[in-house]
Design a protein around this ligand. Structure first.
Ligand code: ZN
Length: 97
């Protein structure tokens, strides 16, 4: 199972990681989502600075566990962006002697 950021397409293996992501972004959409959940970005940051053990993340992490959890089966259905590198192949244009 995994956790999907409700704002962007970020996927995390656990809620704490996602909490870090949301606070790390700290942009308007992410703050707005926090606000919609009655959490204040500044409050969390303040709590986080006071307790380096991650106390500031506790409430957010709990919320994320409830709200953003996604079953891996659903996830496999295509939420995860696929990497499409390695598409250009060497089409026989190597150096010739
Ligand atoms: Zn996000």
């Amino acid at each position: 199972m995994s956790y999907h950021c409700p704002v962007c397409i970020k996927v995390s293996p656990n809620a704490l990681d996602l909490a870090r992501h949301i606070l790390g972004r700290g942009d308007k959409p992410h703050r707005g989502w926090l606000a919609s959940k009655n959490l204040r970005f500044s409050d969390i940051l303040t709590a986080q600075m006071k307790s380096f053990g991650g106390g500031g993340y506790a409430a957010l992490t709990k919320l994320l566990e409830k709200e953003t959890w996604v079953d891996d089966k659903i996830e496999a259905g295509g939420v995860i962006p696929t990497k499409e590198k390695d598409k250009n192949k060497a089409g026989g244009r190597g150096p010739k002697s």
